[in-house]
Write a protein that binds this ligand. Structure first.
Ligand SMILES: C[S@@+](CC[C@H](N)C(=O)[O-])C[C@H]1O[C@@H](n2cnc3c(N)ncnc32)[C@H](O)[C@@H]1O
Length: 131
């Protein structure tokens, strides 16, 4: 198994604070994309959310139907320690490839490049339909 397929690999990165990919805030292209959305009731999934800076931005901007998904509980803990008023039932700890759900929008940053390259077709198919 490629190490990136193991959640223990990612958990360890969070536990050791080896998170060089984390920008510490929402990135400008995602912010710009969110800023042009008008319907704040849409359901949004952020898979491989990590510490979820875009989720925090969405929440503070009034998007109430945002769901975070990551298989490393340590990542979700970082988010919920920072955004304490975010609904806990919208934090989902699990594998993207096994996740079931239906969303209006899937918003992600650096999950595609974090998975095993052999799974990229499976990833694209999954994003085309969660059911
Ligand atoms: C490179 S990090 C990016 C985190 C965040 N999106 C960011 O930009 O800061 C990749 C994240 O995807 C998660 N991840 C990797 N494979 C996953 C899978 N199959 N299901 C759920 N989460 C996964 C890891 O735990 C990690 O938090």
């Amino acid at each position: 198994m490629n190490p990136v397929e193991k959640k223990s690999y990612w958990s360890e990165r969070y536990l050791k604070n080896q998170v060089g990919w984390d920008c510490g805030e929402i990135t400008p292209p995602i912010k710009e994309y969110i800023d042009q959305l008008t319907d704040k009731s849409i359901s949004i999934l952020i898979p491989g959310c990590g510490s979820g800076h875009e989720a925090e931005y969405l929440w503070r901007a009034g998007f109430t139907n945002t769901h975070l998904l990551d298989f490393a509980p340590e990542a979700l803990a970082l988010f919920s320690e920072r955004v304490r008023d975010f609904p806990k039932e919208q934090l989902r700890c699990g594998d993207f490839f096994e996740h079931q759900g239906k969303y209006d929008l899937v918003l992600e940053q650096t999950l595609f490049c974090a998975i095993n390259p052999n799974d990229r077709k499976k990833y694209a198919k999954k994003n085309g339909g969660f059911n």
